[in-house]
Design a protein around this ligand. Structure first.
Ligand code: GDD
Ligand code: MN
Length: 374
Protein backbone atom coordinates (compact mmCIF):
# COMPACT_ATOMS: atom_id res chain seq x y z
CA UNK A 1 0.00 0.00 0.00
CA UNK A 2 2.68 2.43 1.09
CA UNK A 3 4.77 1.50 -1.92
CA UNK A 4 1.83 2.09 -4.23
CA UNK A 5 1.27 5.55 -2.79
CA UNK A 6 4.86 6.63 -2.94
CA UNK A 7 5.05 5.44 -6.55
CA UNK A 8 2.11 7.60 -7.46
CA UNK A 9 3.78 10.62 -5.96
CA UNK A 10 6.92 10.16 -8.02
CA UNK A 11 7.56 11.99 -11.27
CA UNK A 12 6.45 10.14 -14.38
CA UNK A 13 8.96 7.66 -15.77
CA UNK A 14 10.32 8.64 -19.19
CA UNK A 15 8.86 7.10 -22.33
CA UNK A 16 12.16 7.42 -24.18
CA UNK A 17 15.78 6.84 -23.15
CA UNK A 18 18.26 8.62 -25.38
CA UNK A 19 21.56 6.74 -25.15
CA UNK A 20 24.60 8.80 -26.05
CA UNK A 21 27.93 6.93 -26.31
CA UNK A 22 30.72 9.40 -25.64
CA UNK A 23 34.46 9.31 -25.72
CA UNK A 24 36.40 12.56 -25.29
CA UNK A 25 33.40 14.80 -25.89
CA UNK A 26 33.73 17.09 -22.84
CA UNK A 27 33.04 20.28 -24.79
CA UNK A 28 29.89 18.85 -26.38
CA UNK A 29 28.01 17.74 -23.26
CA UNK A 30 26.50 21.02 -22.05
CA UNK A 31 25.33 22.15 -25.52
CA UNK A 32 23.89 18.70 -26.24
CA UNK A 33 21.78 18.61 -23.09
CA UNK A 34 20.52 22.14 -23.82
CA UNK A 35 19.63 21.24 -27.40
CA UNK A 36 17.77 18.07 -26.39
CA UNK A 37 15.88 19.98 -23.73
CA UNK A 38 14.90 22.63 -26.26
CA UNK A 39 13.81 20.03 -28.81
CA UNK A 40 11.19 18.42 -26.55
CA UNK A 41 8.12 20.11 -25.22
CA UNK A 42 7.63 17.75 -22.30
CA UNK A 43 9.62 15.48 -20.01
CA UNK A 44 8.97 12.25 -21.87
CA UNK A 45 12.72 11.64 -22.23
CA UNK A 46 15.88 10.90 -20.30
CA UNK A 47 19.49 11.15 -21.46
CA UNK A 48 21.90 8.32 -20.67
CA UNK A 49 25.51 9.14 -21.48
CA UNK A 50 27.86 6.16 -21.64
CA UNK A 51 31.45 7.27 -21.22
CA UNK A 52 34.45 4.96 -21.54
CA UNK A 53 36.51 6.71 -18.91
CA UNK A 54 37.52 9.59 -21.19
CA UNK A 55 40.66 11.36 -20.02
CA UNK A 56 39.20 14.80 -20.82
CA UNK A 57 36.61 14.90 -18.04
CA UNK A 58 33.56 13.98 -20.15
CA UNK A 59 32.00 11.97 -17.30
CA UNK A 60 32.50 14.84 -14.84
CA UNK A 61 30.69 17.17 -17.23
CA UNK A 62 27.74 14.79 -17.41
CA UNK A 63 27.67 14.14 -13.67
CA UNK A 64 27.70 17.86 -12.87
CA UNK A 65 24.46 18.17 -14.85
CA UNK A 66 23.04 14.87 -13.57
CA UNK A 67 23.51 16.05 -9.99
CA UNK A 68 20.88 18.72 -10.63
CA UNK A 69 18.76 17.20 -13.39
CA UNK A 70 17.22 13.75 -12.83
CA UNK A 71 16.59 13.38 -16.57
CA UNK A 72 20.33 13.05 -17.15
CA UNK A 73 22.45 10.03 -16.17
CA UNK A 74 26.01 8.89 -16.67
CA UNK A 75 27.33 5.38 -17.02
CA UNK A 76 31.10 5.47 -16.65
CA UNK A 77 32.75 2.29 -17.92
CA UNK A 78 36.31 1.46 -16.99
CA UNK A 79 38.66 -0.96 -18.73
CA UNK A 80 36.42 -1.15 -21.80
CA UNK A 81 36.22 0.67 -25.09
CA UNK A 82 33.87 0.64 -28.01
CA UNK A 83 30.90 2.43 -29.49
CA UNK A 84 28.72 -0.70 -29.89
CA UNK A 85 29.35 -2.06 -26.41
CA UNK A 86 28.69 1.36 -24.86
CA UNK A 87 25.43 1.76 -26.80
CA UNK A 88 24.25 -1.72 -25.79
CA UNK A 89 24.98 -1.15 -22.11
CA UNK A 90 23.19 2.18 -22.20
CA UNK A 91 20.11 0.65 -23.83
CA UNK A 92 20.07 -2.24 -21.38
CA UNK A 93 20.12 0.17 -18.44
CA UNK A 94 16.85 1.67 -19.65
CA UNK A 95 13.37 0.71 -18.53
CA UNK A 96 11.59 3.05 -20.94
CA UNK A 97 9.30 1.85 -23.70
CA UNK A 98 11.61 3.21 -26.42
CA UNK A 99 15.37 3.66 -26.64
CA UNK A 100 17.34 5.82 -29.07
CA UNK A 101 21.05 5.94 -29.82
CA UNK A 102 22.55 9.27 -30.82
CA UNK A 103 26.14 10.53 -31.21
CA UNK A 104 27.37 12.93 -28.56
CA UNK A 105 29.27 15.26 -30.87
CA UNK A 106 26.26 17.34 -32.10
CA UNK A 107 26.52 15.82 -35.60
CA UNK A 108 23.11 14.19 -35.17
CA UNK A 109 20.21 16.64 -35.27
CA UNK A 110 18.46 16.23 -31.91
CA UNK A 111 15.22 17.74 -33.29
CA UNK A 112 14.78 14.56 -35.33
CA UNK A 113 14.24 12.66 -32.05
CA UNK A 114 10.81 14.23 -31.70
CA UNK A 115 9.87 13.15 -35.20
CA UNK A 116 11.21 9.64 -34.55
CA UNK A 117 9.22 9.36 -31.33
CA UNK A 118 6.00 10.31 -33.17
CA UNK A 119 6.76 7.66 -35.82
CA UNK A 120 7.57 4.85 -33.41
CA UNK A 121 4.46 5.47 -31.31
CA UNK A 122 2.40 4.29 -34.27
CA UNK A 123 0.97 0.81 -33.97
CA UNK A 124 3.36 -1.94 -35.06
CA UNK A 125 6.47 0.14 -35.76
CA UNK A 126 9.61 -1.45 -34.27
CA UNK A 127 12.45 0.74 -35.43
CA UNK A 128 12.96 4.25 -36.81
CA UNK A 129 16.24 5.11 -38.53
CA UNK A 130 17.41 8.69 -39.01
CA UNK A 131 18.89 8.53 -42.48
CA UNK A 132 21.62 10.89 -43.62
CA UNK A 133 20.21 12.63 -46.65
CA UNK A 134 22.16 12.97 -49.87
CA UNK A 135 19.88 14.81 -52.31
CA UNK A 136 19.51 18.52 -51.83
CA UNK A 137 20.60 18.87 -48.26
CA UNK A 138 23.30 16.15 -48.66
CA UNK A 139 25.66 14.68 -46.11
CA UNK A 140 27.61 17.84 -45.38
CA UNK A 141 29.40 16.38 -42.37
CA UNK A 142 30.81 13.38 -44.22
CA UNK A 143 34.00 13.84 -46.22
CA UNK A 144 34.14 12.54 -49.80
CA UNK A 145 36.28 9.58 -48.82
CA UNK A 146 34.02 8.74 -45.90
CA UNK A 147 30.89 8.73 -48.02
CA UNK A 148 32.55 6.39 -50.52
CA UNK A 149 33.39 4.02 -47.66
CA UNK A 150 29.82 4.27 -46.45
CA UNK A 151 28.42 3.51 -49.92
CA UNK A 152 30.58 0.42 -50.23
CA UNK A 153 29.67 -0.64 -46.71
CA UNK A 154 26.01 -0.32 -47.54
CA UNK A 155 26.45 -2.43 -50.62
CA UNK A 156 28.21 -5.16 -48.62
CA UNK A 157 25.68 -5.02 -45.82
CA UNK A 158 23.04 -6.35 -48.23
CA UNK A 159 24.78 -9.71 -47.82
CA UNK A 160 23.75 -10.01 -44.21
CA UNK A 161 20.87 -7.59 -43.71
CA UNK A 162 17.58 -8.76 -45.04
CA UNK A 163 15.71 -5.49 -44.57
CA UNK A 164 15.98 -2.92 -47.34
CA UNK A 165 17.11 0.20 -45.54
CA UNK A 166 18.83 3.28 -46.96
CA UNK A 167 21.34 3.83 -44.17
CA UNK A 168 22.15 0.67 -42.18
CA UNK A 169 25.39 2.37 -41.05
CA UNK A 170 23.52 5.15 -39.29
CA UNK A 171 24.46 5.68 -35.67
CA UNK A 172 21.14 7.44 -35.07
CA UNK A 173 18.00 5.36 -34.51
CA UNK A 174 15.12 4.62 -32.15
CA UNK A 175 13.80 1.17 -31.31
CA UNK A 176 11.24 -0.50 -29.05
CA UNK A 177 13.26 -1.56 -26.03
CA UNK A 178 12.02 -5.17 -26.04
CA UNK A 179 13.71 -5.72 -29.41
CA UNK A 180 17.10 -4.77 -27.99
CA UNK A 181 16.45 -6.84 -24.86
CA UNK A 182 15.89 -9.90 -27.06
CA UNK A 183 18.81 -9.30 -29.41
CA UNK A 184 21.34 -8.12 -26.79
CA UNK A 185 22.99 -11.49 -25.99
CA UNK A 186 23.73 -11.96 -29.69
CA UNK A 187 25.05 -8.49 -30.46
CA UNK A 188 28.78 -7.91 -30.93
CA UNK A 189 30.26 -5.45 -28.46
CA UNK A 190 33.30 -4.78 -30.61
CA UNK A 191 33.15 -2.34 -33.47
CA UNK A 192 30.63 0.37 -34.13
CA UNK A 193 28.01 -1.15 -36.44
CA UNK A 194 25.34 -1.40 -33.80
CA UNK A 195 22.38 -0.73 -36.08
CA UNK A 196 23.58 -3.06 -38.85
CA UNK A 197 24.16 -5.72 -36.20
CA UNK A 198 20.67 -5.27 -34.79
CA UNK A 199 19.20 -5.54 -38.29
CA UNK A 200 21.19 -8.69 -39.04
CA UNK A 201 20.41 -10.28 -35.67
CA UNK A 202 16.70 -9.62 -35.03
CA UNK A 203 14.88 -12.95 -35.28
CA UNK A 204 11.68 -11.57 -36.74
CA UNK A 205 11.46 -9.11 -39.64
CA UNK A 206 11.25 -5.62 -38.15
CA UNK A 207 8.79 -2.99 -39.19
CA UNK A 208 11.04 -0.05 -40.05
CA UNK A 209 10.53 3.64 -40.80
CA UNK A 210 13.23 5.97 -42.05
CA UNK A 211 13.34 9.70 -41.63
CA UNK A 212 15.90 11.98 -43.33
CA UNK A 213 18.05 14.60 -41.65
CA UNK A 214 21.18 16.60 -42.37
CA UNK A 215 24.35 15.25 -40.75
CA UNK A 216 26.08 18.25 -39.17
CA UNK A 217 29.77 19.16 -39.14
CA UNK A 218 31.69 18.42 -35.97
CA UNK A 219 32.46 21.57 -33.92
CA UNK A 220 34.49 20.28 -30.97
CA UNK A 221 36.65 17.21 -30.46
CA UNK A 222 37.50 14.73 -33.19
CA UNK A 223 36.11 11.63 -34.88
CA UNK A 224 37.16 8.32 -33.34
CA UNK A 225 36.29 6.31 -36.43
CA UNK A 226 39.15 5.99 -38.90
CA UNK A 227 40.36 3.63 -41.62
CA UNK A 228 40.30 0.82 -39.06
CA UNK A 229 36.50 0.76 -39.13
CA UNK A 230 36.65 -0.80 -42.60
CA UNK A 231 38.69 -3.65 -41.13
CA UNK A 232 36.17 -4.09 -38.30
CA UNK A 233 33.37 -4.08 -40.81
CA UNK A 234 34.87 -6.94 -42.78
CA UNK A 235 35.00 -8.97 -39.56
CA UNK A 236 31.38 -8.05 -38.85
CA UNK A 237 30.21 -9.30 -42.28
CA UNK A 238 32.14 -12.57 -42.04
CA UNK A 239 30.77 -13.13 -38.53
CA UNK A 240 27.18 -12.85 -39.82
CA UNK A 241 27.90 -14.87 -42.95
CA UNK A 242 28.95 -17.78 -40.71
CA UNK A 243 25.65 -17.59 -38.87
CA UNK A 244 27.38 -15.80 -35.94
CA UNK A 245 29.18 -19.01 -35.00
CA UNK A 246 32.66 -17.61 -35.39
CA UNK A 247 33.44 -14.45 -33.38
CA UNK A 248 34.23 -11.19 -35.19
CA UNK A 249 37.63 -11.09 -33.54
CA UNK A 250 38.65 -14.47 -34.91
CA UNK A 251 38.20 -13.15 -38.43
CA UNK A 252 40.23 -10.06 -37.64
CA UNK A 253 42.93 -12.33 -36.23
CA UNK A 254 42.73 -14.46 -39.38
CA UNK A 255 42.99 -11.42 -41.67
CA UNK A 256 46.11 -10.31 -39.82
CA UNK A 257 47.46 -13.86 -40.07
CA UNK A 258 46.91 -13.83 -43.83
CA UNK A 259 48.77 -10.53 -44.08
CA UNK A 260 51.60 -12.23 -42.15
CA UNK A 261 52.03 -14.73 -44.96
CA UNK A 262 52.52 -11.89 -47.42
CA UNK A 263 54.96 -10.11 -45.09
CA UNK A 264 56.83 -13.37 -44.65
CA UNK A 265 57.23 -14.02 -48.36
CA UNK A 266 58.23 -10.43 -49.09
CA UNK A 267 60.84 -10.44 -46.31
CA UNK A 268 62.19 -13.77 -47.50
CA UNK A 269 62.53 -12.50 -51.04
CA UNK A 270 64.26 -9.31 -49.86
CA UNK A 271 66.65 -11.28 -47.66
CA UNK A 272 67.56 -13.73 -50.40
CA UNK A 273 68.04 -10.95 -52.94
CA UNK A 274 70.05 -8.59 -50.72
CA UNK A 275 71.94 -10.93 -48.39
CA UNK A 276 72.59 -14.07 -50.47
CA UNK A 277 75.57 -14.98 -48.30
CA UNK A 278 73.28 -15.70 -45.29
CA UNK A 279 71.72 -18.65 -47.08
CA UNK A 280 68.16 -19.89 -46.96
CA UNK A 281 67.86 -20.97 -43.33
CA UNK A 282 68.86 -17.65 -41.82
CA UNK A 283 66.71 -15.78 -44.32
CA UNK A 284 63.71 -17.97 -43.55
CA UNK A 285 64.23 -17.52 -39.81
CA UNK A 286 64.54 -13.75 -40.17
CA UNK A 287 61.41 -13.62 -42.34
CA UNK A 288 59.51 -15.68 -39.75
CA UNK A 289 60.58 -13.26 -37.03
CA UNK A 290 59.57 -10.19 -39.07
CA UNK A 291 56.17 -11.71 -39.91
CA UNK A 292 55.58 -12.59 -36.26
CA UNK A 293 56.49 -9.05 -35.23
CA UNK A 294 54.22 -7.59 -37.90
CA UNK A 295 51.35 -9.88 -36.82
CA UNK A 296 51.88 -8.90 -33.22
CA UNK A 297 51.81 -5.17 -33.95
CA UNK A 298 48.81 -5.42 -36.29
CA UNK A 299 46.83 -7.52 -33.83
CA UNK A 300 47.71 -5.06 -31.11
CA UNK A 301 46.61 -2.06 -33.18
CA UNK A 302 43.61 -3.61 -34.94
CA UNK A 303 42.25 -6.91 -33.62
CA UNK A 304 42.77 -6.09 -29.96
CA UNK A 305 42.91 -2.33 -30.09
CA UNK A 306 40.35 -2.12 -27.28
CA UNK A 307 42.83 -4.03 -25.10
CA UNK A 308 45.94 -2.52 -26.65
CA UNK A 309 49.30 -3.02 -24.95
CA UNK A 310 51.52 0.07 -24.81
CA UNK A 311 55.01 1.11 -23.67
CA UNK A 312 57.37 -1.40 -22.15
CA UNK A 313 54.64 -4.03 -21.78
CA UNK A 314 55.03 -4.54 -25.53
CA UNK A 315 58.22 -6.50 -24.88
CA UNK A 316 56.77 -9.26 -22.64
CA UNK A 317 53.63 -9.09 -24.81
CA UNK A 318 55.61 -9.91 -27.92
CA UNK A 319 57.53 -12.70 -26.18
CA UNK A 320 54.28 -14.30 -25.01
CA UNK A 321 52.82 -13.95 -28.48
CA UNK A 322 55.90 -15.57 -30.06
CA UNK A 323 55.78 -18.38 -27.49
CA UNK A 324 52.10 -19.10 -28.08
CA UNK A 325 52.67 -19.04 -31.87
CA UNK A 326 55.44 -21.58 -31.46
CA UNK A 327 53.17 -23.95 -29.56
CA UNK A 328 50.61 -23.35 -32.30
CA UNK A 329 53.14 -24.56 -34.84
CA UNK A 330 53.56 -27.81 -32.90
CA UNK A 331 49.78 -28.36 -32.85
CA UNK A 332 49.59 -27.49 -36.53
CA UNK A 333 52.37 -29.83 -37.68
CA UNK A 334 51.26 -32.64 -35.36
CA UNK A 335 47.72 -32.69 -36.67
CA UNK A 336 48.73 -32.25 -40.31
CA UNK A 337 51.17 -35.15 -40.06
CA UNK A 338 48.50 -37.39 -38.53
CA UNK A 339 45.97 -36.56 -41.24
CA UNK A 340 48.54 -36.96 -43.99
CA UNK A 341 49.63 -40.34 -42.67
CA UNK A 342 45.99 -41.48 -42.81
CA UNK A 343 46.30 -41.12 -46.58
CA UNK A 344 44.54 -37.75 -47.04
CA UNK A 345 45.53 -35.28 -49.78
CA UNK A 346 48.49 -33.05 -48.88
CA UNK A 347 46.39 -29.90 -49.01
CA UNK A 348 43.64 -31.30 -46.77
CA UNK A 349 46.26 -32.17 -44.17
CA UNK A 350 47.99 -28.80 -44.63
CA UNK A 351 44.77 -26.81 -44.37
CA UNK A 352 43.54 -28.70 -41.31
CA UNK A 353 46.89 -28.11 -39.63
CA UNK A 354 46.93 -24.41 -40.51
CA UNK A 355 43.35 -23.90 -39.26
CA UNK A 356 44.07 -25.70 -36.02
CA UNK A 357 47.18 -23.61 -35.56
CA UNK A 358 45.19 -20.43 -36.18
CA UNK A 359 42.46 -21.38 -33.68
CA UNK A 360 45.12 -22.34 -31.17
CA UNK A 361 47.01 -19.06 -31.63
CA UNK A 362 43.80 -17.10 -31.38
CA UNK A 363 42.74 -18.73 -28.13
CA UNK A 364 46.14 -18.58 -26.46
CA UNK A 365 46.82 -15.00 -27.46
CA UNK A 366 43.34 -13.87 -26.32
CA UNK A 367 44.00 -15.43 -22.95
CA UNK A 368 47.71 -14.81 -22.49
CA UNK A 369 48.64 -11.72 -24.45
CA UNK A 370 45.54 -9.55 -24.76
CA UNK A 371 43.80 -10.46 -21.55
CA UNK A 372 40.47 -8.81 -20.89
CA UNK A 373 41.06 -6.16 -18.27
CA UNK A 374 39.34 -6.97 -15.01
N1 GDD B 1 31.63 5.26 -25.08
C1 GDD B 1 32.27 5.33 -26.25
N2 GDD B 1 33.32 4.49 -26.48
N3 GDD B 1 31.87 6.22 -27.18
C2 GDD B 1 32.55 6.27 -28.34
C3 GDD B 1 33.65 5.44 -28.64
C4 GDD B 1 34.04 4.49 -27.64
O1 GDD B 1 34.98 3.72 -27.80
N4 GDD B 1 34.09 5.73 -29.89
C5 GDD B 1 33.29 6.72 -30.34
N5 GDD B 1 32.38 7.06 -29.41
C6 GDD B 1 31.32 8.08 -29.50
C7 GDD B 1 31.81 9.45 -29.87
O2 GDD B 1 32.21 10.20 -28.74
C8 GDD B 1 30.58 10.04 -30.53
O3 GDD B 1 29.67 10.52 -29.58
C9 GDD B 1 29.97 8.84 -31.24
O4 GDD B 1 30.44 7.70 -30.54
C10 GDD B 1 30.32 8.75 -32.73
O5 GDD B 1 31.74 8.74 -32.86
P1 GDD B 1 32.50 9.62 -33.97
O6 GDD B 1 33.93 9.34 -33.77
O7 GDD B 1 32.04 11.03 -33.94
O8 GDD B 1 31.97 8.90 -35.28
P2 GDD B 1 31.83 9.52 -36.75
O9 GDD B 1 31.06 10.80 -36.72
O10 GDD B 1 33.16 9.54 -37.37
O11 GDD B 1 30.92 8.38 -37.45
C11 GDD B 1 29.54 8.49 -37.69
O12 GDD B 1 29.21 7.71 -38.83
C12 GDD B 1 29.26 6.30 -38.64
C13 GDD B 1 28.86 5.60 -39.93
O13 GDD B 1 29.62 5.97 -41.00
C14 GDD B 1 28.73 8.05 -36.46
O14 GDD B 1 27.39 8.50 -36.65
C15 GDD B 1 28.70 6.56 -36.24
O15 GDD B 1 27.75 6.27 -35.21
C16 GDD B 1 28.30 5.88 -37.55
O16 GDD B 1 28.32 4.48 -37.36
MN1 MN C 1 30.91 12.13 -35.25
Amino acid sequence: MAVQQSLENKAKAPELSIVVPVFKEAANIVPLVQLVEAAFEDDSWELIFVDDNSPDGTAEQVKAIAAKDPRVRCIRRVGRRGLSGASIEGMLSSSARYVAVMDGDLQHDERVLVRMLALIRAQGVDLVIATREREGASITGLSGQRSLVSDFGRFLSRLVIKADVKDPMSGFFMVRREIVEQAAPKLATEGFKILADLLATADKPLSIRETPYVFRERQHGESKLDARVAFDYLGFLLHHLTGRLVPVRFFLFGLVGASGVVVHLLSLKLMLANFPSYGFDISQTTATFIAMMSNFLLNNGLTYRDRRITGWSLVPGFLLFAASCSIGVVANVGLARLIFSEGQEWWVAGLAGALTGAVFNYVTSSILVWRKKA
